[in-house]
Design a protein around this ligand. Sequence first.
Ligand code: PLP
Length: 413
Amino acid sequence: MATINEHYLKLQSGYLFPEIARRVTNYCQSHPDAKVIKMGIGDVTRPLPRAIIDAMHAAVEEMSTSHSFRGYGPEQGYPFLRDAIRDNCYRERNIDIESDEIFISDGSKCDSGNLLDVFGTDNTIAVLDPVYPVYVDTNVMVGRTGDAGANGQYEGLVYLPVNAENNFQPALPNGRVDLIYLCYPNNPTGTVATREMLKTWVDYAHKNQSIIFFDAAYEAFVSDPEIPRSIYEVEGAKEVAIELRSFSKNAGFTGVRCAFTVIPKQLMGHTSDGSPQAIHPLWNRRHCTKFNGVSYPVQRGAAASFSPEGRQQIAELITFYMNNARLLREGLKAAGIEVYGGVNAPYVWLKTPDDLSSWDFFDLLLNESQIVGTPGSGFGASGEGYFRLSAFNSLENTEEAIHRIKSRLADSP
Ligand SMILES: *Cc1c(COP(=O)(O)O)cnc(C)c1O
């Protein structure tokens, strides 16, 4: 008899995006001429930069002759890419990260789940609320939680609420937690962490021998020079933090797949008898055993994002999306709506007007303005009463959405 991993049965059915799709389909069936604008899902919309396309073409050509063909590459990634990341993401910002502390992968989503392989199941986990659902579900899958309660929160996880009242700054946990997920710039709230705030977390982690998983998938959207783009800009972070980064949102690699995780060699976990054990060799072992590397043309494409042309073209992409974010912020404000985020992140997080629930506002926006966003409650209990709009769209759609919000939503009751 083949038994199953029963922890999977604790997972609440992926409710959010299917429910959005169901409501949109219903609306479109009863309003076949409606021009619905989708500002819900966090996926990029612009094509890949030319410098990246050219590098991938050239790499594919290399695969066509026997003298330049490449088979399996190093599981951890090619040195040309690991060195480029070390130089451009870290050395340039005076952060001392070595190439062999950088592990190339096919995505930050997979990395954030896979990391749990090298940690004990008895760790206490803290997440922000609202939260990127992957952090929670992957912990449920490996059995680190109990069942979900009525509000959707799992027993055994420590939820740290972030909302307008605490200025989206999570309070430190009351007691000790072992693993902490931080995502900055944040998905879904679009807010950022100051250096002081990250320092508080790094100090907490030192004091409690905790480890921080720092998801920096949106670092390229930070424009404020005072806001750290890497947790390693904070002193002492290398002893307590793993950083996850991705080419998905900056270089448009959501369909190409390339990311990386940084595991500093001095980062220590502990065995059950309390002896320190470096995480780096464990992760290296895991990566080499369960993963065979990212494809060569994709790694060449990722490396091209650091060439002068690549950097220029990526900067243009970011400027494009952040102009949409600015238009959204300004338009929503002009319609009398409270908005957060959208300055150093491609997401705008708004407080629903008239204390509407997240889903009631979803229906209002769909019915009155034919705009689809994401109900904040779908990201956690503390997201209730909030709503996410994404700047990943065309300029035309963004302008049209703002026009509709201003003209229709502003005068609705
Ligand atoms: C989009 C996103 C990522 C990137 O995931 P990939 O698997 O690299 O595409 C990581 N974390 C968050 C919070 C995201 O929104």
